[in-house]
Design a protein. Structure first.
Length: 306
């Protein structure tokens, strides 16, 4: 069996994702007949059927699912190779790709990366915000050199180092019944309507488990996709929101909201730096050490200057 070329793999992935040859062709800027011909050639070379074609689209076969998985990984590695080679062509002497969760990007990580970049000007750092699950998968699959995320997910397959700590807090309007509190237990917030922040599914799952343990059920007034939208909902006195305290403190004065730390033990979160057990490149190792140093300064109560 001959090796599949990258163009064929990219078209095959597009068809699998779109579940429709015409939609995949439109996405890739090619005529449907050319896509169909490519897929047929791949099936001939593989000696197995990769797709079941129907009137309403296609279904990926078991063999096709295997190819789809490896094709995605291969194309991601090719894209990464091209990005790194492009960086060297621009005069850069190193390239590090970092996947980080939304909370990590919203808080201290960009500042820490900036400090590193000022010291190592010949190293380019690609910082990408990802869902927490994709941070872990990205490091496991080699798509990222370093991952930074909350340690609430399964990280057993990776080597981890302590990073930044934060605490969750409830954000309320100044007229809310809880606004006068200095701290509050999560269980005391459950009887009030919450904002459901879709982008932070792991935080929502943690809160739902805590509510169930208290024999209660979460009450969501409105669903939003960003934390900024959640703040606007709180400012309109429609609901309260639970977000990282450090993030919320930045908007406390701007919108006149009250930020109250949660007193629960689980509300204090530990972020970690995750890497594969295999050896890191020298630029990635330098960034890892820099992030560890910055985390130590912050956790010891010191200050950083960016």
């Amino acid at each position: 069996m001959r090796s599949f070329d990258p163009v064929s793999l990219r078209l095959f992935v597009a068809v699998c994702e779109e579940r429709n040859i015409a939609s995949a062709a439109k996405r890739e800027g090619i005529v449907p007949s050319a896509v169909s011909k490519r897929i047929s050639q791949m099936e001939d070379e593989a000696g197995v059927r990769l797709l079941d074609r129907g009137r309403r689209g296609v279904t990926v076969t078991a063999a096709g699912d295997v190819l789809w998985r490896y094709a995605r990984e291969s194309l991601q590695l090719l894209d990464r190779m091209q990005a790194e080679l492009g960086a060297f062509a621009d005069g850069v002497q190193g390239y590090v790709r970092v996947f980080a969760s939304k909370s990590a990007v919203a808080q201290v990580l960009p500042g820490d990366v900036s400090l590193f970049a000022k010291t190592y000007r010949d190293v380019r750092v690609s910082l990408e915000e990802r869902e927490i699950w994709d941070v872990v998968r990205g490091v496991e699959e080699g798509r990222a050199d370093i991952g930074v995320c909350w340690d609430a997910v399964d990280l057993r397959g990776l080597k981890t180092y302590p990073y930044h700590r934060d605490r969750l807090a409830v954000v309320v309007h100044p007229d809310h019944p809880l606004a006068s509190r200095e701290t509050v237990a999560f269980e005391e917030t459950i009887d009030y309507e919450h904002v459901d922040i879709v982008a932070r599914s792991i935080m929502q799952a943690t809160q739902q488990r805590a509510a169930a343990a208290a024999g209660k059920q979460m009450r969501y007034r409105i669903q939003v996709s960003t934390v900024d939208a959640a703040y606007r909902v709180v400012a309109a006195q429609l609901a309260l929101a639970i977000v990282p305290q450090e993030e919320a403190s930045a908007i406390q004065q701007t919108l006149g909201l009250k930020v109250i730390p949660l007193s629960n033990d689980w509300a204090q979160r530990q972020f970690v730096i995750a890497v594969r057990n295999k050896g890191l490149s020298l630029p990635a190792q330098l960034l890892l050490e820099s992030l560890q140093t910055s985390a130590q300064v912050v956790n010891d109560g010191g200050r950083r200057s960016v």
